[in-house]
Design a protein around this ligand. Structure first.
Ligand code: UDX
Length: 437
């Protein structure tokens, strides 16, 4: 099938490559000429495991190209909208200017029978509004809402093998002709038995907002338990293990630590609250304010615990911060808990050095005043305290004896609860975890 992808950022670049991998003839369209040039050279504009290999694999197939010219969308049967919906500056709501601009620009090139499939995360009610823009330009085209649930760091695998497909169609009916069109797009993963739900627009939009709210709530729930554990001397990691054995609860997303960040969970729960407020349903989501607050408190807690580790003052203390990305296997630093804690420590007088295997270039753009060091050993050199804030494998696997020889004082704060406290203590370290005795 001929497919166009509007927006080649995180979501769109991965989606374009994966659709070409499924055998479709794909054109990716983006207003950013530099991004288009990079992708045309077979290079991902961000770090995502497997994406570079996939782009290289596709280079000689002729099935994937990139352009800045929206007219290239003409002739595609399906057009995916993959542009960003960031948080509005100074407000909680989502900024829809890129989605609106993309749909308006695309509308001129849509033909009868085409499907425009929205993938961006949008406030409920957006699809119905955008459908009017499309049908005003081409009454025989259909807008479908087809949310994407990929995780950064697993984006290619998640796109090619999702847990489920969600199609929001105008009448919410399986018989709608657009359903068969999307089924052809996703024929290969559907053939493996991936569940597919046909819903109305509002329900489809809500699936995404609800899923991310649930995940954020699960993390903040266990982080709230970590606060209680800290007050009682209990161990939140063992608590999570015990809770997770109840399969109604499950162990996934119960890792207590410095909390969630990234380009999705924080902004999506805020946008969801803002939208519920507009709809007069703000009470229903007031718990998400608490979810957000618990999450932000963990960052403050990391600063407090570091001060304790350093004997009561941060002034002049050399702090080695391991991790800048909001999670491992990503170079994304949007709303990164690690960088937010590092910046706070620096403000309070600590001499901070941050290292990360992938995210330092992005970190430098957002926090130009933070000293960044690509080399792990150099970061640890003569540190008064070590903070593990993003659980990259190379940090999880560190040997306490080797690290001890590099630092000035063997004190470690495990902000992700991924180290074995007994092992580090046996090697002579003062170990602190979050919600751990
Ligand atoms: C999330 C959703 O998982 C995905 O379905 C959606 O499409 C986009 O948002 P992503 O932002 O890539 O994906 O990361 P995710 O793996 O969900 O992690 C989010 C944050 O939560 C990270 O900062 C991570 O470190 C943190 N986290 C996750 C925890 O603190 N504890 C956990 O147990 C799990």
């Amino acid at each position: 099938m001929r497919i166009s992808i509007i927006g080649c950022g995180y979501l769109g670049a991965v989606h374009a490559a994966c659709m070409a991998r499924l055998g479709h003839d794909v054109v990716g369209i983006d207003v950013d000429a530099a991004k288009v040039a990079q992708l045309s050279d077979g290079q991902a504009p961000f770090y995502e495991p497997d994406l570079d290999d996939l782009l290289t694999e596709l280079e000689n197939t002729g099935r994937l190209r990139f352009t800045t010219d929206m007219a290239a969308a003409r002739g595609s049967e399906v057009h995916f909208i993959c542009v960003g919906t960031p948080q509005k500056r100074g407000e909680n709501g989502a900024d829809l200017r890129y989605v609106d601009a993309a749909v308006e620009a695309l509308a001129a090139y849509v033909s009868p029978g085409d499907v425009v499939a929205g993938k961006s995360t949008v406030p409920v009610g957006t699809a119905a509004r955008l459908a009017e823009v499309i049908t005003a330009a081409e009454p025989h085209a259909t807008l479908v809402w087809n949310p994407e649930f990929l995780r950064e760091g697993h984006a290619v695998a998640d796109t090619l093998g999702p847990d489920r497909f969600v199609y929001g169609v105008p009448d919410g009916s399986e018989e709608h002709p657009a359903v068969a069109v999307l089924d052809r797009v996703y024929e290969t993963p559907l053939a493996t038995g991936t569940p597919r739900l046909v819903l109305d627009y509002a329900t489809a939009e809500l699936v995404k907002a609800a899923a991310n709210s649930f995940l954020a709530t699960k993390i903040s729930f266990i982080n709230a338990m970590a606060e209680v554990c800290e007050a009682t001397g209990a161990d939140v990691s063992r608590l999570a293990d015990a809770l997770g054995l109840d399969d109604r609860i499950g162990r996934k997303f119960l890792n207590a630590g410095i909390g969630f960040g990234g380009g999705c969970l924080p902004k999506d729960i805020r946008a969801f609250m803002a939208r519920a407020g507009e709809l007069g349903a703000d009470q229903a989501l007031s718990f998400l304010r608490e979810v957000d607050a618990i999450n932000m408190r963990r960052r403050i807690r990391v600063v407090e615990l570091t001060r304790e580790l350093c004997g009561g003052t941060l002034m002049g203390q050399r702090i080695a911060v391991l991790g800048a990305a909001f999670k491992p296997e990503s170079d994304d630093v949007r709303d990164s808990p690690a960088l937010s804690a590092a910046a706070q420590l620096q403000l309070q007088g600590a001499i901070v050095t941050v290292t990360d295997p992938q995210a330092l270039a992005n970190a430098a753009k957002r926090f130009p005043e933070l000293p960044l060091e690509p080399d792990l050993e150099a970061t640890l050199h003569k540190a008064d305290a070590v903070l593990l804030l993003t659980e990259w494998k190379q940090y999880r696997d560190m040997d306490p004896h080797t690290v001890k020889a590099l630092v000035s004082a063997p004190r470690i704060l495990d902000g992700r609860n991924v180290l074995d406290p007994a092992k580090w203590r046996a090697a002579g370290w003062t170990y602190k975890g979050l919600g751990r005795p």
